[in-house]
Ligand binder design. Structure first.
Ligand SMILES: [Mg+2]
Ligand SMILES: [Zn+2]
Length: 558
């Protein structure tokens, strides 16, 4: 049985296929035929964004997007994130610990340095959270201020939501600073001793997130908040009593909060990570799992909200005249890829796209909102030609009705990150900054809003009209007085970009004859009673881009 929501998507696809002739002709010719230059041109907006919504699919690369698209929509389908007007490629490498100041590159990154990169605009080492590099993992680096923290200082409201533990690396980097991502709760600080509050540090990630004053903080990870702090109470008690957070633990309670008037919101919907949308289908050594008729099954999620439901609530709470910054992460794409679970990863990528649609709907009435959709690093999911092509494989029937096999080959069991550049896409003010090949750190200034360029505001500016062109050629360079008077001088005029073209015959400034021609010129006969010497033929072309003239001289003989 399929997920009912995807069944609806499938039904929509069937209608389209039927209209195109049962997928025969349609399967051969896809794509667009018209020039699309006007589309990005109409979307260029150099103003600074008032609101910024950053969507992260953890471990979400083009390979994973394609696999999810094939499954959920068919190969010719398009996600909302596929149709954002600006798309680019983004490099995600990090650094390795060492003596510095020039650190070795780490070509395969984890979620800590990658999230730190867009959060702070600077590279750091694996497992590090919004702190600079250092000589060793357990040696803290310099704290770097984050986009969220900068926006908070500017008076914007802030949100940080995820489907993993809220203390996991991606959400942690938005608003905490620590030498190792594993130091999530107050009793997890073995390798981050200087972070302990009793040692004068900022505390664990759980404590720092609530100390940061993020207005909407939602995800999994209640177990971390149940840990006791150095001062005695649990991190949760600290959050609710000292920091004024209102705790919500299921969708109904989340929906019950309708404004931030009563204080910030802490949503902790599970003890650990939240449940992926689809039950697992875990790949296995060839011939693998699943099959040509295998479909993903919905998982049992109890009262946990979905990412799109959390996004809806966060936007509703954060919307205010000063603007807001929201980071929303679909975290389990990565974690299910680590488990070689193709269904778990697909379901949460489809859910990421559902959350993007929520933001796009908000953007329609709030066009000063910048939406960015990207991942943090590439991963291991590969679409392969058959079920012998990899260490672990699984096969599914896609929305096309055809089998698709995916492979995980970084390990014999489980799976790990890879080092390819990934996709970044955006819509809204300054969204054009994601185009080309950028680095993750470039998102930092883009999200903060770069100094506006000299482009005029939103919308398409018609191109400046070109100056008209005109040239005149007399067919003879010499004419007798009587021929000029009786037969006339034949002239040929070529013109372009003009609305009015005239050609005149003159001698010593006195006009002898004048003719109007068509906008692209033509042939005219000019007559006149000239004295000895030369006559001048002048063409004048007038158009929206200005006026041009051209002349030719003709000798007059007896
Ligand atoms: Mg993550
Ligand atoms: Zn990962």
């Amino acid at each position: 049985m399929r997920n009912p929501r995807l069944a609806l998507l499938g039904a929509g696809l069937l209608v389209g296929t039927a209209a195109l002739g049962a997928g025969t002709a349609a399967a051969v010719q896809v794509g667009f035929t018209d020039d699309r230059s006007a589309v990005p041109a109409s979307q260029i907006d150099p103003s600074k964004p008032r609101n910024v919504i950053l969507f992260i699919g953890d471990g979400t690369d083009d390979s994973m997007i394609t696999a999810a698209r094939n499954y959920a929509l068919g190969a010719d389908g398009r996600f909302a994130l596929d149709e954002l007007p600006f798309t680019g490629a983004m490099t995600t490498h990090g650094l390795k610990v060492g003596p510095g100041p020039d650190y070795q590159k780490a070509y395969v990154s984890d979620s800590a340095p990658t999230a730190s990169a867009w959060s702070t605009g600077k590279k750091t080492v694996d497992s590090r959270v919004s702190q600079g590099p250092s000589t060793a993992d357990n040696v803290p680096g310099q704290d770097y201020e984050t986009v969220l923290e900068k926006y908070e200082k500017q008076g914007k409201l802030t949100g940080n939501i995820t489907t993993s533990e809220i203390t996991d690396a991606t959400p942690a980097a938005a608003a905490s600073h620590i030498n190792l991502r594993a130091c999530q709760g107050p009793t997890d600080l073995t390798n981050c001793p200087t972070a302990k509050k009793s040692n004068g540090g900022k505390g664990s990630i759980a404590e720092q997130l609530v100390d940061s004053g993020v207005d909407v903080l939602m995800g999994g990870g209640k177990n971390r908040y149940d840990q006791v702090t150095d001062a005695g109470p649990t991190a949760l008690t600290y959050a609710t009593t000292t920091k004024g957070y209102r705790l919500v633990q299921d969708k109904a309670a989340m929906d019950g909060i309708t404004s931030l008037q009563g204080g910030p919101v802490l949503g902790l919907f599970t003890g650990g990570n939240m449940t992926p949308m689809f039950a697992p289908l875990v790949a296995a050594p060839p011939p693998g799992t699943g099959g040509p008729d295998a479909q993903c099954l919905p998982s049992v999620r109890g009262n946990q909200p979905t990412l799109s439901e959390m996004t809806t609530k966060a936007i509703q709470l954060l919307d205010n005249p000063n603007g807001f910054f929201l980071q929303a992460e679909s975290a389990m794409v990565d974690k299910q890829e680590h488990a070689s679970d193709i269904c778990g990863a697909i379901g949460d990528l489809v859910e990421l796209d559902a959350a993007v649609k929520v933001a796009l709907e908000y953007q329609k009435t709030h066009p000063d909102t910048l939406i960015i959709v990207t991942g943090d690093h590439s991963h291991s999911t590969q679409i392969v030609g058959g079920n012998t092509d990899g260490k672990q494989v699984a096969t599914l029937r896609t929305a096309d009705g055809d089998p698709m096999t995916v492979a995980y080959s970084t390990s014999d069991a489980g799976s790990d990150h890879t080092g390819s550049q990934i996709r970044v896409a955006a819509k809204g003010p300054q969204a054009a900054n994601v185009t080309g090949t950028i680095d993750q750190t470039d998102l930092f200034l883009t999200m903060l809003g770069r100094t506006p360029s000299t482009l005029p505001g939103p919308g398409t500016q018609p191109p400046a009209p070109l100056a008209p062109k005109a040239s005149v050629v007399a067919t003879d360079n010499k004419i007798s007085k009587s021929d000029l008077r009786k037969k006339g001088l034949r002239v040929v005029v070529a013109a372009a970009g003009a609305t009015k073209v005239t050609v005149t015959l003159s001698q010593n400034g006195a006009i002898l004859d004048a003719k109007a021609l068509g906008s692209d010129g033509g042939t005219a006969k000019l007559k006149g009673k000239a004295g000895p010497g030369s006559v001048t033929v002048t063409v004048t072309a007038v158009g929206p881009g200005g006026t041009v003239t051209d002349t030719d001289m003709v000798k007059v003989s007896k």
